[in-house]
Design a protein around this ligand. Structure first.
Ligand code: SF4
Ligand code: SF4
Length: 229
């Protein structure tokens, strides 16, 4: 196998697509407006969520909201990747980040990171009812800084868990209400509101269980003891 230094062209291995869909940039706006990238195929990463920062190669809270192509499976493979042909099923209409990606010389990709990112409000018209819904959600369920949440869990898990439990259940109640009352297609949920808070907490090791009064949060025993050390 060629090393990255020897590589001069794409080998069509699919690794970049299997690692997850790209963030959308200003140049991709027309793809969404023209219907090539339906909102149901997008997911929002809200400010404060933890994500890999290619510039620092670390998992960090994102400093500005971004909208990505939805992933599938545990590995978050891009929803447009076709494993049978090992290719992109929307090649002619792929986002700009895919067009510049050359894994053997990542400079063009790195130059795009954090620049001219599209957010939910960029993709919703001023008079669109969904825009009002996104703003209402942000007001009632602002996304916490997950880096801070992680540190707080390490320091004082019990107090923090009860506050988080309240936020988790408020978040779910909002989502349930809009799906039920406005008949919002479930497929739009990840674009409009991003991932539910309980899923973000599960990624930090928080255990989530159902109870009659709502979701309950707990830290695994070993996690709690480990955090105290
Ligand atoms: S750009 Fe690189 S990782 Fe992506 S398909 Fe081509 S060779 Fe594979
Ligand atoms: S849009 Fe196409 S090229 Fe871009 S990550 Fe998805 S499958 Fe790969």
């Amino acid at each position: 196998m060629k090393s990255k230094q020897q590589q001069t062209a794409c080998l069509r291995c699919g690794t970049c697509c299997q690692k997850g869909g790209p963030a959308l940039h200003g140049q991709d706006l027309a793809l969404v407006r023209d219907g090539h990238l339906p909102l149901a195929d997008l997911i929002t990463i809200r400010r404060g969520e933890l994500a890999h920062n290619p510039l620092t190669d670390r998992i960090e809270p994102v400093t500005q909201e971004l909208v990505k192509l939805r992933g599938t499976g545990a590995e978050w493979c891009c929803c447009y990747y076709d494993p049978a042909s090992r290719g992109c099923s929307i090649y002619r209409n792929r986002p700009v980040a895919c067009g510049v990606l050359q894994c053997w010389q990542p400079e063009l990709t790195l130059a795009l990171v954090g620049r001219d990112l599209l957010s939910r409000l960029d993709l919703l018209a001023e008079d669109e009812a969904l825009r009002t819904l996104v703003l209402e959600y942000e007001r009632l369920c602002p996304g916490p800084d997950m880096g801070e949440v992680e540190r707080n869990l390490a320091d004082q898990a019990e107090n923090v868990l009860s506050t988080l439990e309240e936020q988790v259940n408020r978040d779910l109640a909002f989502r349930d209400r809009v799906v039920r009352e406005l008949h919002l297609p479930l497929a739009l949920e990840m674009f409009l509101f991003g991932r539910p808070l309980f899923q973000l907490l599960q990624a930090l090791g928080v255990k989530v269980s159902e109870a009659p009064q709502g979701l309950r949060l707990a830290l695994p025993r070993e996690g709690r003891e480990g955090r105290r050390r």
